[in-house]
Design a protein around this ligand. Structure first.
Ligand code: ZN
Length: 270
């Protein structure tokens, strides 16, 4: 009997450690979902958690639709901040870091099917190439979006783009003049290529988002919104002076309950 109770107790402790369902729901704010790779991970990958299967991504979009969320873009948020047009009552933002070709192959068709907006943060020098910053020992290199795919996504009106630097270096470890170059050069070149303002910036590895001089440089480069990888939901209106926009990491091994907790509690796990 005591053994059974101990097992039950351990199971309950395990569940509450993983799922903080007992937290009160967060009301308001703008949940920003952070994805990387959509599809099936390559054999031998040591980064499986960064892959969300297309079927899971579809289920997540269904969840958003069925729960009344409206996927907004960076321009919508900018317009809301300027007082042009308020955000819808249950906004959500769907973001992808790095700009993998699998975003075009697997996410874009579903985003079109559901009519949902999203934002992809590009690494300028890797467009049309592969993720050369990455150590291929943990996973083979992957193909990145091409300019023609990017233009097609832009022209759909559903996908906006932001900067994720020139080379995906760790900004917290670079001299400040190189940080400034990564920020300004990628913004300039992406704007030139895509003929639209780069409103958003995402820090590679989330690094530098909490280093005062790096963050100041990002805002001074002219980005209106900077995105960290700190888990959580930033409130609306967002306090730009306080910290970069928080996001919700959507992991490949998340279930739908994790997804629900992320959106409603700002966190699915400890
Ligand atoms: Zn990245």
């Amino acid at each position: 009997m005591i053994g059974a109770l101990a097992i039950l107790g351990a199971a309950a402790a395990g569940a509450s450690a993983r799922w903080n369902w007992w937290r009160p729901a967060v009301s308001g704010g703008l949940p920003v979902l952070m994805y990387h790779k959509i599809g099936d991970y390559p054999p031998g990958s040591k980064l499986k958690k960064l892959w969300v299967a297309a079927a899971d991504f579809r289920r997540q979009l269904e969840y958003l639709r069925d729960h009344g969320y409206a996927a907004v873009g960076l321009r919508d948020w900018r317009d809301a901040e300027k007082g042009v047009r308020p955000l819808p009552p249950k906004p959500v933002m769907i973001t992808f870091d790095d700009g993998y070709m699998n975003n075009y192959d697997f996410a874009f068709p579903l985003l079109k099917e559901f009519g949902m907006k999203s934002c992809v943060f590009l690494v300028y020098e890797t467009v049309g190439k592969h993720n050369g910053w990455h150590d291929p020992k943990t996973e083979p290199w992957l193909r990145m979006l091409t300019w023609s795919q990017i233009r097609e996504m832009r022209d759909s009106g559903l996908v906006e783009f932001g900067s994720h630097t020139m080379r995906h270096r760790n900004l917290a470890e670079l001299p400040l003049d190189e940080v400034k170059w990564e920020l300004a050069e990628s913004k300039l070149r992406l704007e030139d290529r895509l003929s639209c303002e780069m409103l958003g910036f995402a820090y590679p590895y989330g690094s530098g988002a909490y280093k005062a001089d790096v963050r100041r440089a990002a805002l001074e480069a002219g980005y209106r919104f900077d995105f960290s990888i700190k888990q959580g939901i930033s409130s609306i209106p967002w306090n730009r002076e306080k910290e970069a926009v928080k996001r919700l990491l959507i992991r490949g091994d998340d279930g739908m309950f994790d997804f629900h907790l992320n959106l409603t509690r700002g966190k699915a796990r400890f």
